[in-house]
Design a binder for this molecule. Structure first.
Ligand code: FE2
Length: 514
């Protein structure tokens, strides 16, 4: 077997039997160790994620015909071999093995690699039968507790395929970063419409097969594949991975005949199958545990939050842009849910990193849209949970809190005060809100509502309604956010530019334009 003239040192066929294959044997299912494919099974690309100081997750999903039943795969488990190399030519293999792509997991694989060196690049590749995948590059995190000079992360969200090309991902693939953080809306669930820039395949997603096909359509995009193949990702979801503006706690329950429970079960399953996540995120019916923490030495902790699954229903006519009613101040309202709040606040209190980041979905800072009207889907609809969050961030124990938010499709910068709507109170955290990769299409630099909101909310420092992502460079002295923005996405090939940059200095919450 040769690629680019180099011999590949794939393992022999008498591989060790791992967990998934042992399970398949117990079921009495034949495992196909030498599958043949009618077409390339790697059409959805490769990915890595969940980096630690000594490893990461490697992902792919076999799909020779992604829109067909079972993605064109036979109803049998097949063997996939993997290898990790310390050089791009794949000649210095440092880890290898084999795993099973099982039909119950949509023939996806999630390999948890460990035992590698901290803070360095690795390359990886898969083989099944005689088919070899594209190569991916990934990176381990720095040594836990160790001192490092800088970390760089890309922050993305909201890639409505219908609204534009994924040019932003092509640019992201070329950035010099350690990690991509995805804040949700990886897919959109609605049916295809003929008048959009690109057309969603099929109807609105309800079943596992429909969600699988939607992920497949997104993942066949070459720009998205390039961004996955270039960097490790840490992903979180928002609402559109299931359905617009859903609120977990009220609509999900354990009754499998309930429509929302059925849909959430299908959607979470498809999400897991298509993301480079650890086994700890395998869904249990309509539940999935996604909140978790990553550490970059003693420099940075990233708390990846789930603001969708555990929240109570949006107050005051559920999610609409309305005046705030008494329900906004409901003492029982939930945004993160009890378990996640405890985990977050305990973790923040005991953190010893210089910077402490919340990577989450909806805007935290209060945002008056017009006279007394707010969006109830954001933290604005959840005043009591927000007060608890602000209490935890501002009690003097948390070093340099930074909030990263998505969902809104526009770029913003905001400062969060100890009493959020009182401009006389001190700033306790800085919120960098990334625009979308594609959602809302080309957009424009300024809009009437952008102008109005900036005027009504002086703690908001920047607005832009064009597409792009955030590039964050973190050093012991400073957090810098570059707003990487394109002028169009409704046709391919847009250049990208750093439109504006803000910094937060160590020990001084707030955003300064540079
Ligand atoms: Fe979105």
């Amino acid at each position: 077997m040769a690629i680019g003239g180099k011999k590949l040192s794939w393992i022999r066929r008498d591989f060790l039997i791992g967990g998934a294959s042992a399970l398949a044997y117990m079921r009495g299912v034949r495992i196909n160790a030498a599958p043949r494919f009618p077409d390339n099974p790697f059409k959805l690309g490769v990915a890595s994620g969940e980096p630690t100081q000594d490893g990461f997750v490697l992902w792919t999903r076999l799909a020779p015909f992604p829109f067909d039943e079972m993605s064109g795969m036979p109803l049998e488990p097949v063997v996939v071999e993997w290898q990790v190399s310390s050089d791009e030519g794949m000649s210095k293999v440092v880890a290898k093995g084999s795993t099973i792509a099982d039909p119950t997991m949509g023939h996806s694989i999630h390999v948890e690699v460990s035992g590698l060196e901290p803070h360095r690049y690795y390359w990886y590749q898969f083989r099944t039968g005689s088919e070899i995948s594209p190569k991916g590059r990934t990176r381990t995190l720095p040594m836990a507790g160790g001192s490092i000079d800088a970390a760089r992360i890309g922050v993305v969200s909201c890639q409505k395929y219908e609204d534009g090309y994924f040019t932003g991902f092509r640019h992201l693939s070329r950035e010099d970063i350690d990690l991509v953080v995805h804040l949700g809306d990886y897919i959109y669930e609605k049916k295809g419409k003929f008048y959009k820039t690109r057309t969603h395949h099929g109807g609105t997603c309800y079943t596992l097969e429909e969600y699988r096909a939607r992920y497949a359509q997104y993942k066949m995009d070459a720009d998205l594949q390039a961004a996955h193949a270039a960097h490790p990702w840490a992903v979180s979801f928002d609402d559109h991975e299931v359905v617009n503006d859903y609120a977990g706690a009220d609509e999900g329950n354990s009754d499998p005949t309930d429509e929302m429970t059925y849909r959430r079960t299908a959607a979470y399953q498809a999400y897991y199958e298509n993301m480079p996540l650890r086994r700890s995120a395998i869904p249990n019916g309509p539940y999935i545990k996604l909140f978790r923490r990553l550490h970059f030495g003693n420099l940075l902790a990233i708390n990846i939050l789930d603001t969708r699954q555990y929240r109570s229903e949006q107050p005051c006519y559920a999610g609409k842009k309305v005046e705030r009613c008494d329900e906004v101040f409901d003492q029982k309202a939930a945004m993160l849910g009890k378990a996640q709040e405890k985990w977050l606040y305990d973790g923040l209190r005991s953190s010893s990193t210089r910077w402490n980041t919340l990577a989450q979905q909806v805007i935290v800072a209060p945002r008056q849209l017009s006279e007394n009207r707010y969006s109830m889907d954001k933290w604005d609809g959840y005043e009591i949970p927000r007060r608890r969050l602000i209490g935890a961030l501002g009690d003097g124990h948390v070093s340099n809190p930074i909030i990263l938010s998505g969902d809104n499709h526009r770029h913003w910068v905001a400062e969060l005060r100890s009493k959020p709507e009182d401009q006389e109170t001190p700033v306790i955290a800085t919120e960098y809100i990334g625009g979308s990769i594609a959602s809302r299409g080309d957009g424009s630099e300024m809009t009437n509502s952008g102008r109005r909101i900036l005027k009504l909310n002086p703690h908001f420092k920047y607005f832009c309604d064009q597409r792009g992502y955030l590039l964050c460079t973190i050093t012991p002295a400073q957090w810098r956010t570059d707003y990487r923005i394109m002028r169009y996405v409704e046709r391919p090939g847009a250049p990208i530019e750093t439109r504006i940059s803000f910094v937060t200095e160590n020990g001084r919450p707030g955003a300064i334009q540079v």
